[in-house]
Design a protein around this ligand. Structure first.
Ligand SMILES: *Cc1c(COP(=O)(O)O)cnc(C)c1O
Length: 447
């Protein structure tokens, strides 16, 4: 099945891009491989809408994969960035902005006593793994199938569920040596974690998990799962790292941990990673946690970690201005809006007779074309993802920009008001019909 391409300027740029960049993109999901067709090259954004180079605008339900929590080109954030930029871009020295941003993070997140700023979520998790290994003097890392922690070599292994599978790398260029010390377990399976610690407890440095999994579609942790990970890790002298790169400052004032602490505040992770929202759309990320662990980082400790642009003044100003607008009211709005969007989508699909399940974790959500929301990666992959391609393109044709993959979370922002959602309401009936009439012709590759 092919879709009408009504984006001549995007097509031209895509062709030129492919000449000079592999696949024409700088991050694979942007190439539309999972849905087919031509990626739309965006030229501008304002509030809840983005406009492509052909002048078509879209209600944006990707929000740059999370960072644009206030909507695009928020006036106060633009002003903060402009003001920082006029003072110079980068000095390679410490500056006031990075102290302010670190203070904001530490004051929001009780589990974080100290924080180190970096430039991407990948760097944050990579550095947290190195720090955990340096602190414990152990080598093995436990991660969960379907959890994404950026393109860190040792964490690019999601292969094999079952009990304590030693991971095979799932990308070329990552060697067995790099994933030899990685143990991949099924998400939400506490007994698999217990078995892994039974077998390798003295060698495991760290357990890392997405605070709530949202890179295989949204798969919430079962109640008590994260708490059990912390308990088991600590019983064996290992550290517990919560990756809040996606959830941090998005599902609550601090992140997912805050939602869990409302029910059970008896435990905490040792380290937490952040990115996305905390940069407000510019490259800023962080890892932080217990002060005694962070003291292992250079220049005070033996674990080396550095960055030419870490704590960059313009990025720090953008992140700080964004976080300062992230008030309790904002989270109420995000929760309500996410619930509203999910309900609208679910109602439309039901009306068209399309089997689906709305999966949620706080205000993160995604739609699975399967009878129930999954608990783990194996279940997630059983969905009829080919229906999503048809749904996606019908939405795109009606001016709604969804994630170009069935395995990604959807995002809303402060700017997604009822007015903006009118666009969604208008688009849904045709898209639900398209999903109903879809055939599994477009091969779905979940990367
Ligand atoms: C996006 C993401 C990352 C990687 O962040 P980048 O800034 O893309 O390197 C890591 N962990 C999680 C949970 C993410 O969602």
């Amino acid at each position: 099945m092919t879709y009408p391409d009504t984006a001549p300027r995007s097509q031209e740029l895509f062709a030129r891009g492919r000449d000079v960049t592999p696949g024409g993109v700088n991050s694979p999901v942007r190439a539309f491989r999972a849905v087919g067709g031509t990626p739309r090259f965006m030229a501008s954004g304002r509030g809840a809408f983005i406009t492509d180079v052909d002048g078509r605008d879209y209600l944006d339900l990707v929000c740059s994969w999370g960072p644009m929590v206030l909507g695009h080109a928020h006036p106060e954030v633009v002003e903060a960035v402009q003001s920082a930029a006029t003072r110079g871009f980068s000095f390679g020295t410490p500056g006031e902005g990075e102290v302010l941003l670190a203070e904001e993070i530490v004051s929001r997140v009780p589990a974080v006593e100290q924080v180190r700023l970096v430039s991407s979520g990948t760097e944050a998790t990579m550095s947290a793994m190195r720090l955990a290994r340096g602190f414990t003097g152990r080598s093995k890392v436990v991660k969960f199938a379907g959890c994404y922690h950026g393109h860190v070599d040792s964490l690019l292994a999601a292969a094999g569920s079952g009990i304590a599978t030693f991971a095979l790398p799932d990308t070329a260029g990552v060697t067995g040596a790099q994933t030899n010390d990685t143990i991949v377990l099924p998400y939400n399976d506490i007994s698999a974690v217990e078995a892994a610690f039974e077998a390798h407890g003295n060698d495991i440095a760290v357990v890392i998990t997405e605070a709530a999994a949202a890179n295989m579609g949204v798969v919430a942790p079962r109640p008590g799962f994260n708490a059990a990970l912390a308990r088991i890790a600590h019983e064996h002298g290992a550290l517990f790292v919560m990756d809040e790169v996606m959830t941090g400052f998005r599902v609550a004032r601090s992140g997912w941990l805050e939602l869990e602490a409302r029910a059970d505040s008896s435990w905490a992770p040792d380290l937490v990673t952040f990115g996305k929202v905390m940069g407000g759309g510019l490259p800023a990320a962080a890892f932080g946690g217990r002060a005694d662990i962070m003291a292992y980082l250079a220049p005070v400790g033996p674990v080396y970690q550095a960055g030419t642009l870490a704590g960059n003044p313009v990025a720090a100003a953008c992140g700080l201005a964004t976080l300062r607008q992230c008030t309790d009211d904002l989270y109420v709005h995000l929760d309500n809006t996410a619930a509203k969007v999910g309900q609208l989508v679910s109602d439309a699909l039901a009306a068209a007779g399309v089997e689906h399940a709305l999966a949620t974790a706080g205000n993160l959500f995604s739609v699975f074309f399967s009878p129930t929301a999954p608990d783990d990666y194996d279940q997630a992959r059983t969905q009829q993802a080919w229906r999503y391609a048809a749904f996606f393109h019908a939405m795109l044709d009606h001016g709604v920009y969804l994630p170009p993959s069935a395995y990604e979370a959807w995002f809303v922002s402060a700017a997604h008001d009822d007015n903006a959602l009118d666009r969604l309401v208008a688009a849904l009936p045709a898209a639900a019909q398209a999903a109903a009439q879809a055939h599994p012709e477009i091969a779905q590759e979940f990367v």
